[in-house]
Design a protein around this ligand. Sequence first.
Ligand code: 2BA
Length: 109
Amino acid sequence: MKLVIAIVQDDDALDLIDGITDEGFRVTKLATTGGFLKSGNTTLMIGVEKERVDVVINLIEEICKTRKQVVSSPSPMAGTTGVYIPYPVEVEVGGATVFVVDVDKFVKI
Ligand code: 2BA
């Protein structure tokens, strides 16, 4: 048994959940926040037999898209101390960040 932990963008989450459940997997959705952008994303936990991990990863690849996001980053003004002006920085947010974790024990009570 493996636990696939996938951090995806909110815009892709519902389509991915539909795809995952249509394939007969079970999934839990968590509302999470990225540490860098400090904006919302979605973390999905999917318990899956190890032989079927690739099916889940292929679904994630098909559904989750890379997008650009602009963030305001404060920059110190030249020659001054303590004065910051915001400037836009473009970052590319990946389709998904996926961890596949070994599960020692799986019990449903
Ligand atoms: P955030 O931490 O909000 O990061 C959003 C995007 O900002 C990242 O996209 C990356 O393009 C950029 N970024 C993050 N840290 C940066 C830094 N120190 N300098 C410059 N740019 C940076 P992704 O890499 O696709 O990550 C999307 C989300 O996945 C992240 O949101 C975070 O919630 C999660 N994540 C990514 N890698 C992770 C890891 N190793 N452990 C735990 N969560 C991770």
